[in-house]
Design a protein around this ligand. Structure first.
Ligand code: SAM
Length: 342
C-alpha cells in the first residue's frame, strides 16, 4: 500500500501545472509588480496592477504561495503578498541574474514543441513544422524564424552563464591559451566569464552574421575590451587559427556526422599545442542520470538535430577529429567540460 506522499508519479503527472503557474505569474508581471512596490500588496492591488480578474489573481497568488514563490502575511484581516528572496533574485526582470527571459522562451517556444513530444519520439526528429509551421532543413533558420525569436533564443542562451559560467571556464586551467575563439558564442555570456577568469586572454565570438549584429548591439558593451566578434558560418567558412576553441552547447545541436565534420575543421585550424573545450550537460555512462541531462536530450530531440551525450561519446567524437589527451571535468552543476588537445 503506497501513501500518496510517496507517489511521485502524481507529481510527475501534474508537473506541467507547476511550470504553467510559473510562466503565467512571470508573464503577467506579478514578481516585477511586487518588486517595484515599497510594501507588500493586497490581492486587490495586485489584480489592479497586473490588470487581471480578482478571482483569477487570487488563485494564481495562492498557487505561487504554495510553490514558495511568494510570501504572505495578514494585516488588518487582509492577506498581503510579497516576493520570496529567490523570486526577487531570479524572477524579476531587473535582476542581473534574472531567469525571466528563459522562462518566457520555455513558455512560448519549448512548451509548444513539447506538445509534440510523442511525435518526436516516434519520428526521431524535431517538431518545428507541427509547432510553428516552419520547415527545418536548416536548423537555425527554423530556430531564428523571426528577429524576435532569435533575440529570445539569445536571451535564453545568455542567462545560464551568469549562474554557472564561471564553473565551466575554470573546470580546467585555461591560462596557457591566450587567443580563444568561442564558436557559436552567441550573446557572449561565456566569453565574458572567460575574460573575467583569465586576465591574459582575448575571446572572439564567432557566430552567424545576424547573431553577431544583435550581440554587438544588445549584449556586449564597449567596456569588454577583450571580447570581439567574427561573423561566419562554422560549417561553410574557414576558421581562424587560435590556441583554444570553445564549443559550448554546440555539438548537442548536431548529429555525430556533423559534429565530427565541425571538430575536424577545428582541429585543422587549431595551433599545435592548442585545444578545444567542449561544454555540455554530460550523461552518465550507465544511463542512470543526471535527470536534467536526460530531459535536455529529449528537448534536443523536439528542438534540434542532436542529443546530449556521455563523456565517452564526446571523447569518441574528439578522437575521430584528431584531438588527443582528452580530459573530462564534471562541475556538479548542469554543464560540464571536456578538453581535447592538438
Ligand atoms: N555557445 C552559446 C551558449 O552556450 O550559450 C550558444 C549555444 S546555441 C545552442 C548555438 C549557437 O550556434 C547559436 O548562437 C547559433 O547562432 C550558433 N550557430 C548555429 N549554426 C551556426 C553556424 N553554421 N555557424 C556559426 N554559428 C552557428
Amino acid at each position: 500500500h503506497t501513501h500518496t506522499q510517496d507517489l511521485w508519479i502524481l507529481d510527475y503527472m501534474e508537473g506541467f501545472l507547476v511550470s504553467k503557474t510559473l510562466f503565467t505569474a512571470c508573464e503577467l508581471g506579478v514578481f516585477d509588480l511586487l518588486a517595484s512596490s515599497q510594501h507588500p500588496l493586497s490581492l486587490e492591488e495586485v489584480a489592479l496592477g497586473i490588470r487581471a480578474s480578482q478571482d483569477g489573481t487570487e488563485r494564481l497568488l495562492a498557487a505561487c504561495t504554495g510553490l514558495d514563490l511568494l510570501n504572505t502575511h495578514t494585516q488588518d484581516g487582509h492577506v498581503m503578498y510579497s516576493n520570496t528572496e529567490q523570486s526577487s533574485v531570479y524572477l524579476t526582470q531587473s535582476s542581473p541574474v534574472s531567469l525571466t527571459q528563459s522562462i518566457h522562451y520555455s513558455s512560448k517556444t519549448i512548451y509548444l514543441c513539447w506538445h509534440y513530444l510523442t511525435d518526436a519520439v516516434r519520428e526521431g526528429s524535431n517538431q518545428y513544422e507541427k509547432a510553428f509551421g516552419v520547415k527545418s532543413e536548416h536548423l537555425f533558420e527554423a530556430l531564428y524564424r523571426s528577429e524576435e525569436e532569435m533575440v529570445k533564443f539569445m536571451q535564453l542562451m545568455n542567462s545560464i552563464w551568469n549562474i554557472c559560467g564561471r564553473d565551466v571556464v575554470t573546470a580546467f586551467n585555461l591560462s596557457p591559451f591566450t587567443t580563444i575563439y568561442d564558436l557559436g558564442g552567441c550573446s557572449g555570456a561565456l566569453a565574458k566569464q572567460c575574460v573575467l577568469a583569465y586576465p591574459e586572454c582575448t575571446v572572439t565570438i564567432f557566430d552567424l552574421p545576424k547573431v553577431v549584429k544583435t550581440s554587438r548591439e544588445h549584449f556586449v558593451t564597449d567596456d569588454n575590451q577583450r571580447v570581439s566578434f567574427h561573423e561566419g558560418d562554422f560549417f561553410k567558412d574557414a576558421l581562424p587559427d587560435a590556441d583554444l576553441y570553445i564549443l559550448a552547447r554546440i555539438l548537442h545541436d548536431w548529429t555525430d556526422v556533423r559534429s565530427i565534420e565541425l571538430l575536424t575543421k577545428v582541429y585543422r585550424a587549431c595551433r599545435p599545442g592548442g585545444g578545444v573545450l567542449v561544454v555540455e550537460a554530460l550523461l552518465c555512462e550507465d544511463g542512470s542520470g543526471p535527470l536534467t541531462a536526460q530531459l535536455y536530450s529529449l528537448n534536443m530531440l523536439v528542438q534540434t538535430e542532436g542529443k546530449e551525450r556521455t563523456a565517452a561519446e564526446y571523447t569518441a567524437l574528439l578522437t575521430a577529429a584528431g584531438f588527443q589527451n582528452i580530459q573530462v571535468e564534471r562541475t556538479g552543476k548542469i554543464y560540464d567540460a571536456v578538453l581535447g588537445r592538438k
